[in-house]
Design a protein around this ligand. Structure first.
Ligand code: PHE
Length: 341
């Protein structure tokens, strides 16, 4: 019997050393120290022993039990400590790691260019006027000297709305009429940046939505020389000094005379290349002296007042400046393109 007790104790200690979680320890405790555990069995069996052996066996069993209880408590403490250490290690935060940077947005290249253009004109004393994107046929065409059935309408395929006479502006020029009607007979020096829409096949060269910056100056004794000086100054600041400019005779119903402004090709310097279609020149805007009919529609007496206007596309300007050969990059939302700008 005494050997049996020794053997149970030895086995119990061996298993205890192996138990590495609190639940394993729990099982161990029921197995050896519980009411149905190994020692309870031994103590219960005492009655079957000869009387003189009972005290020695009982004592040995009780002592072994006390030792095992002590060993159990010590092991439990060890296991708890180990589990705590493990939890601490797994939940640890390394405050020395580099942070995860927040992705921040940036301005769209069209917005950047619009702002750049507006900035340059602001330094020449121009103010910004905000005109609506949704216009009437009257403002977009008629008051700009483009009556119904005028062939010039065919150049600008239009998005019409279901409201008769209401459309998406095809250019920023209707804003000219709005500024003039608001400020006549005061002198005017404004730029009008904004979106324009044309019902067009989308290609590398044309989008159905794009931006324009319109310029309008009205006053007494405004001449073509003022127009040229303003444009030359703008181009110098936008594209750097030394650019050559050419004012080529052209037609827009709302200006007379009308011009298209060409700049020497920034790629080949005028020698001729694919970008300038071997002409050496790049068209950068339309311009001209405000047509007397348009001045009158705006509330100015064309006998007393004169003015000039221009219109340019910031996407086109940005394309020339950064040698982008497809306007579709701007509005197809490919961040690989947008984030480079
Ligand atoms: N509105 C014209 C266009 O969209 C550009 C322009 C503006 C031409 C002002 C002359 C004067 O093509």
């Amino acid at each position: 019997m005494l050997d049996e007790i020794k053997e149970i104790e030895r086995k119990a200690l061996e298993e205890l050393a192996q138990a590495s979680t609190e639940s394993e320890l729990d099982l161990w405790r029921t197995r050896y120290l519980g009411r149905k555990g190994a020692f309870t069995q031994v103590l219960r069996g005492l009655g079957t022993l000869p009387k003189e052996e009972r005290p020695a066996v009982g004592k040995a069993a009780n002592e072994a039990k006390v030792r095992l209880e002590g060993a159990y408590k010590a092991r439990l403490e060890e296991v708890k400590q180990a589990e705590l250490q493990k939890a601490i290690a797994s939940e640890a935060v390394d405050v020395t790691l580099p942070g995860r940077p927040q992705e921040i947005g940036r301005l769209h290249p069209s917005t950047q260019t619009l702002r750049e253009i507006v900035d340059i004109f602001a330094h020449m004393g121009f103010q910004v006027y905000d005109a609506p994107d949704v216009e009437t046929d009257e403002y977009n065409f008629q008051l700009l000297n483009i009556p119904p059935h005028h062939p010039a309408r065919a150049m600008q395929d239009t998005f019409y709305t279901t409201d008769p006479g209401v459309l998406l502006r095809t250019h920023t020029s209707p804003g000219q009429i709005r500024v003039m009607r608001e400020f006549a007979p005061e002198p005017i020096r404004v730029v009008l940046p904004g979106k324009c829409f044309r019902y067009e096949q989308v290609t590398a060269r044309s989008e159905f939505m794009f931006h324009q910056v319109e310029g309008l100056v009205v006053g007494k004794n405004i001449t073509m020389a003022d127009l040229k000086g303003t444009i030359v100054n703008f181009v110098r600041q936008m594209f750097g000094p030394g650019r050559k400019l050419r004012f080529r005779n052209s037609y827009f119903p709302f200006v007379e005379p009308g011009v298209e402004v060409d700049m020497d090709c920034i790629l080949c310097g005028g020698k001729g290349c694919r970008v300038c279609k071997y002409t050496g020149w790049l068209e950068i805007m339309g311009a001209g002296m405000v047509h007397p009919v348009v001045l009158k529609n705006g509330g100015y007496d064309p006998e007393v007042y004169s003015g000039f206007a221009f219109g340019m596309g910031p996407e086109r300007i940005h394309m020339l400046k950064h040698r982008i050969d497809d306007i579709r990059f701007y509005f197809s939302n490919d961040v690989r393109f947008l984030s480079q700008m």
